[in-house]
Structure formats: C-alpha cells, structure tokens
Write a protein that binds this ligand. Structure first.
Ligand SMILES: [Zn+2]
Length: 109
C-alpha cells in the first residue's frame, strides 16, 4: 500500500505541475503567473483548470496525510473518530483518512 501511495503522490504532483501549478503551494498563485496567462486560456478554461488543480491538490493532501500516518503508525484509523477504517475501503482508496461513517457525514476529507 505504501508503494501505491507513493506512486499516487508522484503521479498527482506531476499532473498538478503539468497544469502549470505548484503542488506545494495551497493558493492558486499560478492564475497570476504570466506564463499561465500567456497561454491565452479563456476564462472558462481557466476556471475548469482551477477546479481540476484544486481536486488534484486535495487528493495529494490526502495521500500525503496517509503517508504521514504510516510514518506515525496510525495508518488505517479514522482521523475524526479514531475507529479502524474498513480494509475494503483502504483497498479501494488507500489514501482514505476517514472511516466511511465520518466520510458520509460530510466532514472534511
Ligand atoms: Zn470516523
């Protein structure tokens, strides 16, 4: 699973990078970047890109959190309620940091 997560992290960073954004910065600073606007994206394309990058980044944050939890030895437990996350869920979504109950309650993550 760790290898899978690390691969996912590399993949996500690459994709964010390809969109002209910095994977390590939370703010979407690339919008004001001249390199970005020089590519003459329309406003629509731009907002589509922004939501794409936002989704990629939030996935990247989850992956990084899951990796940090592995380091800490708390991987597989819910960040919200502390319950064990179902193995099927982790198999489908190795970067899951919330159990299915908390996820469905709509709390962050
Ligand atoms: Zn939970």
């Amino acid at each position: 699973l760790r290898v899978q997560l690390e691969r996912q992290r590399v993949e996500l960073r690459r994709e964010i990078d390809e969109q002209g954004a910095d994977p390590d910065v939370d703010e979407l600073a690339f919008v004001d970047d001249t390199g970005f606007s020089d590519r003459s994206h329309s406003a629509e394309e731009r907002s589509r890109l922004i939501s794409l990058v936002r989704a990629l980044r939030s996935n990247l944050r989850d992956v990084e959190r899951a990796l940090a939890k592995m380091e800490a030895g708390t991987y597989g437990t819910c960040e919200r309620c502390g319950n064990v996350i179902a193995p099927e869920r982790l198999e489908a979504l190795p970067w899951a940091v919330l159990c299915i109950d908390c996820k469905q309650k709509g709390v962050m993550g």
